[in-house]
Design a protein around this ligand. Sequence first.
Ligand code: IVH
Length: 699
Amino acid sequence: MVSQEQVRRAARLRDEIRFHEYRYYVLDSPAIPDAEYDKLFQELQALEEQYPELHRPDSPTQRVGGKPLEMFQPVLHAVPMLSIRTETDISDQGAVAFDTRVRKELGLGESDLPVEYVCELKFDGLAINLRYEEGVLVQAATRGDGETGEDVTQNVKHAIRQIPLLLEGGRPSVVEVRGEIYMRRDDFEDYNEKQRELGLPTLVNPRNGAAGSIRQLDPALAARRPLKFFAYGLGEKVQGWDWRATHKEVLDQLDAWGFPVNREHRVVQGAQGLVEFHRDIAIKRDSLPFDIDGVVYKVNSLALQERLGFVSREPRWAVAHKFPAEEQLTVVRDIDIQVGRTGKLTPVAKLEPVFVGGTTVSNATLHNEDETRRKDVRIGDTVIVRRAGDVIPEVVAVVLDRRPAEVGEPFDLSKRLEGKCPVCGSAIVREEGEADWRCTGGLFCPAQRKQALLHFAGRRALDIEGLGDKLVEQLVDMQLVHTPADIYTLGMIALADLERMGEKSALNLIAAIDQSKYTTLARFIYALGIRNVGETTAKDLARHFGSLDKLIAADEERLQQVPDVGPIVAQSITAFFGEPHNREVIAQLRAAGMQWPEQEGEMVRELPLSGKTFVLTGTLPTMSREEAKEKLEALGAKVAGSVSKKTDYVVAGAEAGSKLDKARELNVPVLDETGLINMVGRARPDTAGKARPTEGEQE
Ligand code: IVH
């Protein structure tokens, strides 16, 4: 027989575990170490196992150990799950049109006050209805056709710890909470990475990942997927809800019950407020940790919502206002292979032009041979193309259902090129452990020469205005320029022969070339185009050595004393300067008058955080990620992208995901923003001359 003492103990354990789950999964600010939590959980499990009468459907232990289902049971929704009208117009106009319609329906004239709205994000996941009876989660159902969905209670309990099994503070007789199940982008990438390592299938995108996971029949499999949840509304409501006059109050209530409610929502007045929200979120979109496909506007007053009602199964009081889609379907016409500055051969899909991420895209990178094969992209395939922000468009996946009967062969880079560089005919190689094939032609290869010259003259290197694509193309094709040093011997006569080159532009170009002779050591090092040496590394090298000759003389060991320079970078540097041809070009450049101030160098100076590695995750309350990174780096710390045993600290903000989990797993100290500020100080570091922009594309 179970004792009163044990009944009380079980109840107390459930409360405590629930509290810690809320802190961990929803607030992202754990109150106790994982091991302590595990102890509580195991104690409760043991008690419940010993005394089955202690079992409760809302016990945290109900989240583990479910059995695979045969099929999902249909669920008739108490209140239909409607869709919302989409303003396809992606300009401001969508917001204005919605406000105009609402005002007209409500019979408001020009002299009437603006309508109050709540603006929210439109999460790109899977809609779900969560039914609570007496405060206990009794059923989770997908939207289905809006009338009838599928019962996915088991999966929701197992896979989404952010969804409470018991409502916090009060037990309404019946309430249905609606929201979106989604997957964070970093979690999606980590998951795919792991799957790849195991040789298992990967997910196409976070949305399919979320939807597919919830419809897994085996809850153990669903639980392996990193799913998250945001609540945004109600289905069936309890009696006595009259005091909640606005949608904003509903959101606050959802928060009080223990649901994650996205903080990026705003109460605004009139069309102008909607337009501002749409614009603000468009700017933030790519820095959000999850995908959204637009924003949603809702009339705030519940009374007005009721008055507006519905039309053809869509509410008149809400609208979705989209952003340009970041993914689109299109067809691969051909696969080209491009030669980069250091000879890297990149397969590029030539696409049926498609409007994606706000521009027309007709080329998308396939990264390298392995990626192309892994995705099995073939000529004729229909593919998903993604272009987010300023990132180069890429082919995400093939839609196999649409593969035509006559499709190209599996991609084989070397076979396709018959082992030769498509530009210069030199042999191509792929070294062991390398993902890329390379042309061995070096600067003999016109493609590499062109890229090297463009890099040399680029804005972040020697910044020679006017020396762009077209000109470099001609200079190389007409054999006027072989190495960067040849640029400095170009005269009016040679330039006069070029297409579209008037006397004025020739003079300007010569002046720009002349000007570029006076530069900095960091720019010069970067301009050389040494493999694996980006702008940041070039700056570090310049600061460390102070003079070019010291850099040239350094061996690999010496080079590795520079912050962030590891064996691979060190090897690339010694290989570059070991090449007689490269030293010859440097001598010619110096002879042409190229100069920069040289200094002592900081070879021994230590910064306060030198040698420390940080990882940033989630959104900090006041500091942007860039700002945090800049501060840390200015003090000598290294900011890495993933957590490992070598990580010294993880700085975690709101909605931190798997990186935080990893930090806990590895016992890496976790700092919040205050902790970070204590460490780096509030003042902006003096970054003059050593600001570290994100590293440019490096090969
Ligand atoms: S409210 C009656 N709010 O968009 C209004 N929906 O067609 C019901 N969605 O698949 C929807 N973010 O899952 C609402 N903040 C948000 C949303 C949102 C995403 C999805 C929803 C459904 C579709 C609406």
